[in-house]
Design a protein around this ligand. Structure first.
Ligand code: FES
Ligand code: FES
Length: 140
């Protein structure tokens, strides 16, 4: 390969074949939605999780309006959190994503978007579930 690439090939792969694109219905009680923006550039990421009764992330979708690194970070995040507990998913650091995708320092905030988005989705799910439990609409 003679030409120097601006993006690592893992970023290109996720950018060209993004995994788990889409969303889930906002009103569903087993769904949590995280919508976050990056002040540095104005990019936006939406991450939706579907959570089983025992607190496992069963399915994930994302939509990202942003740069290649942001799209790759969210795509990678969806693969990473599927099957995880909420606790484990909420503990993922953006630096792990940046390392996996070999993001340069200037692109760190793009991976931060993915960390913020999963945390926001988990918060949204928990507050929705707590409200449903309080109203007697959900078990536990
Ligand atoms: Fe425009 Fe990230 S700054 S895509
Ligand atoms: Fe802003 Fe990538 S440049 S999210």
């Amino acid at each position: 390969r003679t030409q120097k690439r601006a993006y690592h090939e893992k970023v290109i792969d996720h950018y060209e074949n993004p995994r788990n694109v889409g969303s889930f219905p906002k009103g569903d009680l087993d769904v949590g939605i995280g919508l976050v923006g990056a002040p540095a550039c104005g990019d936006v990421m939406k991450l939706c999780i579907k959570v089983s009764a025992d607190g496992i992330i069963e399915d994930v979708r994302f939509k990202t309006f942003g740069c290649g690194s942001a799209i790759a970070s969210s795509s990678y995040m969806t693969e990473r959190v599927k099957g995880m507990t909420l606790e484990a998913a909420g503990a993922i650091k953006n630096t792990e994503i940046a390392k996996e995708l070999s993001l340069p320092p200037v692109k760190l905030h793009c991976s931060m978007l993915a960390e913020d988005a999963i945390k926001a989705a988990i918060r949204d799910f928990k507050s929705k579930r707590d409200a449903a439990v309080a109203k007697g609409q959900a078990p536990k």
